[in-house]
Design a binder for this molecule. Structure first.
Ligand SMILES: CC(C)(COP(=O)([O-])OP(=O)([O-])OC[C@H]1O[C@@H](n2cnc3c(N)ncnc32)[C@H](O)[C@@H]1OP(=O)([O-])[O-])[C@@H](O)C(=O)NCCC(=O)NCCSC(=O)C[C@@](C)(O)CC(=O)[O-]
Length: 335
């Protein structure tokens, strides 16, 4: 069975990880037999993926201040808004106002989600630096999330890609439910590879793999990435987007780094959840990822103290403590 063979390889890799971590040689690139990158790029999705699921309306000025604080903390790519139907996701209805009022720090990319041509036109009008189209590897999730089949969604994205190209706007692609679907359960890695390939073929510069319900483990993440590689998907064009529902996100990220992934989606304070993925918790917290990567000698460009201040800012506005364990530990130390 290919699956069990891959799982054995996954577990062998994990044992190797443990063995080499026990005798690290030096910070950064190399640790025993394992190669880690010198730096990774974080895509901060808190203001979009994080806030979209909040039940009470977050005021525009709070969203703007959150994004400006994230930029000041060193985040260079921030998903700031989403131009979707306000009937479907009311929390994101003020995307144009959010983008209009940002401080626009130099060198920072402010991105927006666009499900169709109308969304792209709104994003262009609002001055987004980049947009993202979002598909799924599961039919049931595609239908629940964007009200069409996977094939229909890819057709819908074609005019978006064309217009974005004319406007010179980079387009990122998402594939949701890469490690499980809230409606269908298991999702075949081959189905993920197919959708990722379609998105890259139509011109997305990168594809982010969304573990929408946070069900993945180190083993299934490894199998997924190996399947993509075998299917010819260039992993240098792949980002990972883990939710932390089962507390597996950091382990999954470690496996992804070892597989050569250098772009990670994270969310300040662990904000998040998808309105169409019942029970899914927030994205992996940016603080947790930055702390882990700092400890591995991997540069993110993000200042953990300023990030903690940002986490406390938004947590205070939402009236609850940060979900990030690192934020809670640092806070306890501060006080
Ligand atoms: C895709 C649609 C629009 C299809 O929605 P629909 O109902 O199938 O399409 P429609 O074209 O018939 O439009 C319905 C209404 O929405 C309006 N409309 C149509 N398009 C837009 C637009 N761009 N901006 C503003 N309004 C729009 C349109 O004008 C119409 O208004 P009405 O006539 O009823 O008054 C809808 O299903 C939708 O908005 N879905 C949003 C889903 C969403 O935002 N989900 C969360 C983001 S995905 C995610 O979180 C996962 C990810 C990316 O983070 C990765 C992961 O973790 O897996």
């Amino acid at each position: 069975m290919i699956g069990s063979h891959r799982c054995r390889r996954a577990f062998a890799s994990l044992s190797a990880t443990r063995a080499s971590i026990a005798s690290p040689t030096h910070r950064g690139l190399k640790c025993g037999a394992i190669r880690w990158p010198k730096s990774v790029s974080l895509v901060e999705v808190g203001p979009r993926d994080g806030l979209q699921n909040e039940l009470s309306t977050v005021p525009t000025e709070v969203k703007v201040e959150l994004i400006d604080r994230l930029a000041a903390a060193g985040c260079k790519a921030i998903e700031a808004a989403s131009f979707v139907s306000p009937k479907w996701v009311p929390q994101m209805a003020d995307g144009d106002q959010v983008l209009a009022n940002l401080g626009r720090a130099p060198g920072v990319k402010y991105a927006a989600l666009t499900p169709n041509l109308r969304g792209l036109e709104a994003a262009l009008e609002a001055g987004a630096d980049e947009v993202a189209v979002f598909a799924a590897a599961s039919e049931a999730f595609s239908s629940a999330n964007i009200n069409c089949s996977i094939v229909e969604s890819l057709e819908r994205f074609k005019p978006v890609m064309e217009k974005a190209k004319v406007a010179g706007l980079p387009v990122r692609g998402y594939v949701s439910c890469v490690l499980g679907c809230p409606y269908e359960g298991r999702v075949a890695p081959g189905a993920v590879a197919e959708v990722a390939t379609s998105l890259l073929d139509m011109g997305c510069y990168s594809v982010s793999l969304g573990d929408t319900i946070g069900a993945g483990t180190a083993g299934s993440t490894l199998v997924l990435l190996e399947t993509l590689r075998e299917a010819g998907v260039p992993l240098e064009k792949v980002a990972v987007h883990f939710h932390d529902t089962y507390g597996q996100a950091l382990a999954n990220i470690l496996v992804a780094l070892e597989e050569g992934i250098t772009v990670l989606d994270t969310s300040v304070s662990g904000l998040g959840g998808c309105p169409y993925a019942p029970g899914a918790s927030g994205n992996v917290a940016t603080e947790d990822v930055v702390y882990m990567l700092d400890g591995m000698g991997i540069n993110t460009g993000v200042d953990l103290d300023l990030l903690l201040d940002t986490s406390l800012y938004i947590s205070d506005k939402l009236g609850r403590p940060p979900q990030s364990r690192v934020a809670r530990a640092m806070l306890a130390k501060r006080s």
